[in-house]
Ligand binder design. Structure first.
Ligand code: CTP
Length: 401
């Protein structure tokens, strides 16, 4: 349909980038990006009008998003020759706007495109050797200044290399080192580094990427005290196992996956050093609170639990109820004691959602005068429920009386 709309408007349309890469790698497709030779906004408006989709436009970047009824989205970008500073004399065939668009991208594996117009439908476009590099499992930049122009690509190279199990090409690796030597990451804003790190820590298994960052000395650029130790690596593995366990059993309980790995990365550093790292990375206030206060509290709590274990259900509940999912998962990863792990997962599975079925209104209708006694009664009900007593509303009312 997209190709047909392009034909009607006389525009060449291509699906590009990650979509084509993931198709070739037989990996699940997440985003669909198309490039239009012409005005992408005009295309998106036309397509949306005939297919009853919604669309948003970004005039500044000449991009648009088409949103289908079921929420599926297609990003549309414009490739127009006038955007590119090239000698005007170059013939258009050799220097088509799709080629120029692809030439601005980061790695060869991201420069593939597939034509969607009827006549050429399905034709694979590979100007920069992307197919060969996917076959050879290699991450290569397209031009030598790539990392200087956009140092976030250093993190992206490591992310893709880790995600696909590709190696970083020799020239590309040397260009990363050069860029680091001239301070490319040092001068990058905290927000941009943070965004890249979050992406890396959101991957299935970020440990190899963290090790590669350490090999390049990137952690030292972020903070001179950062040093990847065997303990941190072991903790990363433990987080991996914990998250796999959790995600299998509780797929609808969402939490920021990256934050658990971030806590593991910062574990062991003093409050002062952690604060300096958080400030360098310009963490938003809420996330900073999680990475500093909550993380340290979680680490202290788990030590206390390890010392005092076994304790009553009620004690465990009071200790753990205020921790967010990501902190509980971090605690589970931290402890080496199987019995403690069991107790925390028991809390997580059976007790975390424990709440009285009755509320203030019910207590009032029992003739109890409102006051602090309400929370005493409701807490007592929770205590009983934690031991498997008081299963129905009637039982709770009887108990309250
Ligand atoms: N891109 C780039 N330089 C960057 C970021 C992005 O050249 N610093 C290009 C890449 O070539 C990529 C495209 O912009 O194909 C879209 O970026 P993004 O959505 O981040 O890339 P994906 O390849 O889809 O990555 P992911 O699978 O992680 O979403």
């Amino acid at each position: 349909d997209i190709g047909n709309a392009g034909d009607t408007l006389g525009m060449e349309i291509f699906v590009v980038g990650g979509f084509v890469r993931d198709l070739m790698l037989e990996r699940p497709i997440e985003d669909v990006d198309v490039v239009v030779e012409g005005d992408g906004i005009v295309f998106a408006r036309y397509f949306s009008s005939i297919h009853h989709c919604r669309f948003h436009q970004h005039r500044k970047f000449n991009t648009a998003v088409i949103i289908f009824e079921d929420g599926f989205k297609v990003d549309v970008a414009s490739a127009r020759l006038e955007y590119y500073a090239t000698p005007a004399a170059l013939p258009v065939v050799e220097n088509s706007s799709i080629k120029m668009d692809l030439a601005r991208r980061d790695f060869t594996i991201n420069t593939l495109a597939i034509s969607l117009n009827a006549e050429s439908f399905g034709t694979l476009i590979d100007y920069f050797g992307g197919v060969r590099d996917i076959k050879d499992k290699i991450i290569r930049i397209i031009h030598n200044l790539s990392f200087i122009e956009d140092p976030t690509r250093i993190f992206r190279a490591i992310k893709f290399s880790n995600r696909f199990g590709f190696r970083i090409g020799k020239v590309t690796a040397n260009l990363i080192k050069n860029a680091l030597n001239v301070g490319a990451v040092k001068h990058l804003s905290g927000l941009r580094v943070l965004s890249e790190l979050k992406q890396i820590f959101s991957e299935d298994n970020p440990l190899p990427a963290v090790q590669t960052m350490a090999d390049y000395g990137i952690d030292k650029v972020i903070h001179h005290d950062l040093k990847l130790t065997d303990t941190t690596c072991a903790l990363f593995r433990s987080v991996g196992k914990t998250l796999a366990w959790h995600d299998l059993l509780y797929s609808d309980d969402v939490y920021p996956r990256w934050s658990v790995y971030f806590m593991a990365w910062l574990h062991g550093y003093s409050f002062t050093v952690s604060t300096q790292i958080a400030d360098r990375l310009m963490f938003p206030i809420k996330e900073k609170e999680l990475l500093l206060e909550q993380r340290i509290k979680a680490a202290q709590q788990i030590r206390l639990i390890e010392k005092k274990h076994p304790v009553s259900n009620q004690q465990m509940y009071r200790w753990l109820i205020h921790f967010k999912t990501e902190c509980l998962l971090f605690m589970l990863a931290l402890t080496k004691k199987e019995s403690v792990r069991k107790a925390i997962s028991h809390f997580y599975t059976h007790q975390r959602k424990t709440q009285p079925l009755i509320g203030g209104k019910d207590l009032k209708s029992l003739g109890i005068t409102p006051g602090p006694v309400y929370s005493t009664i409701l807490n007592k009900i929770i205590d009983e429920k934690l031991d498997g007593k008081l299963n129905t509303m009637e039982e709770e009312i009887k108990f309250a009386k």
